[in-house]
Ligand binder design. Sequence first.
Ligand code: BG6
Length: 593
Amino acid sequence: MCGIIGYIGDRQAQSILVSCLQRLEYRGYDSCGIAVSSNGIKAYKDAVRVAALERAAPQLNGRIGIGHTRWATQGEPSRVNAHPHGDCSGKITVVHNGIISNFQLLRRQLTAEGHKFISETDTEVIPHLIEKYYHGNLEEAVAAALCDVEGSYAIAVLAAGESKLVAARKDCPLIIGIGDRENFIASDVPAILDYTNRVIYLEDGDIVVVTADNIKITRDGTEVSRQEDKVLWSVADAQKAGYEHFMLKEIHEQPKVIRDTLIGWVSVAEPAVDLAALRGGVESVLILACGTSYYAALIGKYIIEELLSIPVRVEIASEFNYYGHTLARTLAIVITQSGETADTLKAMKKLKAVGCRVLAITNVIGSSASRIADYTLYTRAGPEVSVAATKSFIAQLMVLYWLVISYSQVEARRLADLMMELRQLPEKVQQVLDNEGKIKEYASYLSEYASVFFIGRGINFPVALEGALKLKEISYIHAEGYAAGELKHGPFALLGKDTPIVAVVARDSTYQAMLSSIREVKARGSPVIVLAEEGDEAVGELADLVIAVPKVGAMFSPVINTVVLQLLAYYTAKEKGRPIDFPRNLAKSVTVE
Ligand code: BG6
């Protein structure tokens, strides 16, 4: 998720592009750049925040320009990988948000035709394709170029000597801002609200030609009209896309995050990691992480042992640093959203020091973890602003599912079923989000209590742990997650009418055992909220409150159940008026031991 901007009008473009980019930094902030056109194109870009670019960039005169703030997905944050990217002649320059999944193929073809590439990005194929098809009409060249491109994109194109901007979108947001003798192209509304609140939301497949006083939208070559809307939000609201908190926005982004993460892996012809090399000689797996990432690691253990029958050890990174030892022929996997958590980095260095191969699963390209690791798989959650991790957790599970399923030698029928289930997850998660109202109701019930227990079994035990962590982190209610079978070995002593239980029930081998656990806690007077598959009458008879979840295979139930528990924690914290995005005493990434 990056932020793109375009300006054309009577005013000097540079300062306008910079201020709009500052409003888009919540979409990505590891590098940025601008390009302005007047007597040729002049650009400035670097691996810095927009404020630093503003200070460092020379004066670039021109009343037409484009800009970009980046969240790296292909190619580390660096000056050469920052946008805009140009063609060989310097005539065409492009900013892009999205993923070009067939870029390696296009790059080889264009290189064979004599085009020279300087960056590691997927984006750079676009200006070269436009150059290839440019015969005096920029709009036609852009349309032809996009016919060769697979994946998702929102692009803005600037060409020397052309007093227009051309832009297009597919599976990424893009809007037009309408001004007085000036117009804007932007990834999102916050960018332009300081200048105008008149916007047009483009649709997938739209190509738009923007001049200072005209906007022409075409689709498949035919001119179309799009409705103009008036935005009444403040900039802050707009950055949250109208959600009250970044956390709720990020929870609602999860269907797209699942698709993006799967697109990033399933469609790429040449996976970034040589699986065979990674697999070679692995007899056991060690997974290390902290916080929410540690619970993703615990779920990873169930998936790997289930599908690969390789023994897996999961360790808390900070603990591993003081006693952990590794076995020979162990593949170490570290999971870290930020890629900067000090405890995890220290553990990685310890593993490397004893010759262990390390695979990192991280959300930030160019992060320290990706530098230390031998192999890196990136989640595609985009920037996660809220301190409590939500979409990054689900994206980590997606990478673990994909990695393990790609490795597994399960028979073709099962493999097809697993892949089909994976592809259905975005829609299933959307069903949970659509049932938000019910969860909100139960949250106000839960907000009355000072202590809550979460229970689960098997692959949903870590889900209970994550549910408890989310509630603790943002509502400040004391919460514990337990393997349901453990309650009778101590915690039972705390049960009673003041300690509600949230039970995560899946239709797998643990089902009957979970029903007996619910009976046991009921017998000790605790109210019980149960997450169970829609239509499950047995649970309905037992529980005080039931949150019905869509049917999914047991292996994928953690994804669905976690989204429910994220919403339960969010609405409970909201009920208590907590500072949800920035809870006390916590940080998004703890870079000290
Ligand atoms: C904490 C965050 O600081 O670090 C948690 O508040 C996160 O949300 C934990 O899960 C681990 O961070 P990371 O970046 O290593 O996954």
